[in-house]
Ligand binder design. Structure first.
Ligand SMILES: Cc1cc2nc3c(=O)[nH]c(=O)nc-3n(C[C@H](O)[C@H](O)[C@H](O)COP(=O)(O)OP(=O)(O)OC[C@H]3O[C@@H](n4cnc5c(N)ncnc54)[C@H](O)[C@@H]3O)c2cc1C
Length: 233
């Protein structure tokens, strides 16, 4: 197998029910697996044999290497594919594989004002970005996190609130109203314009709508990074 596409076997440890629909899956960290906060990987469930479907999905790594475990989180509802529902059957000791993590969804400069925007499950890479910041005790200059969920069901709520309390340059806002979410984005963009970076994580549709909004306010595309959760509508 090529070095570029290495596969790592991971042992399942436990599942965490984050909200009614969001579940985190925690694995022992394979010694050789390395990743940068904000990256995603292909996770394969070798036990999942669903006719006509692949046995893998792409998920963001919600944990950081220093936590010494691999964690991804996903939304599972009655409408989810069988492949995702099968994750709920994992037992401690079961194995999945991860492939080399990819992606460049990251905070370039903690001294530059930055707005992180997450829609629903799009919060997963942002958990890793904030854990990394906290692990390194970085007080950012002006880091705004706008986390929107229509149902008001927020994953990692305690962790995010705990980190938020520790840094005066960080401002995490939990928003359950879509209009308020767009308003908050608009307020930040009007204040900071091109003096900030903008990172958006969520469905391709949401990411496009926010990108359009930001560019209509004069934000240059080069200041906007998106993490597109292809697969969610
Ligand atoms: C970079 C990235 C990071 C992601 N991170 C997460 C995460 O942290 N948590 C999470 O829950 N989900 C994440 N996703 C989405 C995840 O991979 C699943 O698609 C999603 O969870 C829905 O799963 P599903 O099994 O219900 O549907 P899926 O079977 O995955 O997809 C549903 C529909 O989308 C289409 N589709 C799926 N993948 C692609 C593709 N690559 N190109 C074009 N069409 C496609 C399928 O054909 C199908 O019609 C991420 C996706 C990407 C690309």
């Amino acid at each position: 197998m090529s070095e570029l596409n290495k596969t790592y076997e991971m042992v399942f440890k436990r599942m965490i029910k984050e909200t009614d629909e969001i579940f985190s899956f925690v694995f022992e960290k394979p010694e050789e697996l390395q990743w940068i906060p904000g990256q995603h990987a292909i996770f394969r469930n070798l036990e999942c044999k669903v006719e006509g479907d692949k046995n893998y999905r792409i998920f963001s790594l919600a944990s950081i290497m220093e936590e010494d475990f691999v964690m991804f989180s996903t939304r599972i509802t009655d409408e989810s594919t069988d492949c995702k529902k099968k994750l709920l059957e994992l037992k401690p000791g079961d194995r999945m594989t991860a492939e080399d993590p990819q992606g460049r969804f990251r905070i370039e400069d903690f001294n530059k004002p930055t707005c992180l925007m997450a829609g629903g499950i799009g919060i997963t890479p942002i958990r890793a970005l904030l854990q990394h910041m906290d692990f390194n005790c970085i007080n950012p200059k002006k880091l705004r996190v706008l986390y929107s969920d229509d149902r008001g069901d927020f994953a990692y709520e305690d962790t995010l609130k705990w980190i938020n309390r520790k840094y005066d340059g960080l401002d995490v806002r939990f928003i359950s109203d879509r209009h308020e979410f767009m308003e908050e984005i608009e307020n930040f963009a009007k204040e900071m314009r091109n003096n900030a970076d903008y990172l958006i994580s969520g469905t391709p549709g949401m990411n496009k709508a926010i990108t359009d909004k930001l560019t209509s306010l004069g934000v240059e595309k080069s200041s906007i990074k998106t993490d597109n959760f292809i697969g969610y509508k």
